[in-house]
Design a protein around this ligand. Structure first.
Ligand code: FES
Length: 213
């Protein structure tokens, strides 16, 4: 038996109290309390249901999606290179899942405006998103308050929104040039694969606009 030289311990023992090494310490009590608390707080199965996925036609374009016409007689048909003319107007498009054939027209935020420029006209930031030389696909929804972009001005070569007159430069990665819009227009990077324009990735940049509260 070892001799106890601690005066505090001797007086605690004389008063009939437990020696300190036999008593649960503060840390031990805290740990035990936390463990019991966790056991009560953590259910054996999740209480919330997993988030439901949106239907395929509402989901944003995915890599590998085919670029197809959005309106008119060719709606749902792949965009052919000759249909996007240098110096011509924009072409309204949307994407289609090649596996299921689902056209992603369930959300207007999936709309695209496709244009062609000479590669040398495009900034370094822009050309990486182009296919077949200088074909680019931008979001058709103005990021100021969500109006549809429907025109490429023939002289300035910019997209113009007629709601509040914002302009976006497609040769400079969708940079806003005029009006109240402050953000670049989202772009869908393209590649040209076996005669088809295909999404090379998801949208770069946020699609749509922020609603005012
Ligand atoms: S919604 Fe396009 S400028 Fe306002």
């Amino acid at each position: 038996m070892t001799e106890n030289n601690d005066p505090g311990e001797i007086s605690r023992q004389a008063a009939g109290q437990q020696p300190t090494h036999d008593r649960p310490t503060h840390d031990r009590r805290t740990f035990l309390g936390a463990t019991v608390g966790m056991a009560i707080a953590t259910p054996a199965f999740p209480l919330t249901e997993p988030k439901k996925q949106k239907p395929a036609d509402e989901r944003r374009p995915e890599p590998g999606d085919i670029i197809v016409h959005r309106f008119g007689e060719r709606a749902g048909q792949p965009l052919a290179p000759g249909e996007v003319k240098l110096g011509g107007d924009l072409v309204n498009c949307i994407t289609k899942d090649p596996q299921t054939g689902v056209v992603r027209d369930g959300s207007r935020l999936n709309g695209l405006i496709v244009v062609r420029f000479k590669p040398e006209e495009l900034s370094a930031q822009t050309i990486v998103h182009a296919a077949d030389g200088g074909v680019l696909a931008y979001s058709s929804v103005c990021n100021h308050q969500g109006c549809d972009l429907s025109q490429l001005l023939p002289d300035e070569r910019v997209f113009k929104c007629y709601c509040h007159y914002s302009k976006f430069d497609p040769r400079a990665a969708g940079k806003p040039k005029d009006g109240p819009a402050r953000r670049k227009l989202a772009v869908l990077p393209l590649k040209f694969d076996n005669g088809l324009f295909v999404a090379a990735s998801e949208f770069v940049g946020r699609v749509g606009f922020k609603k005012r509260r």
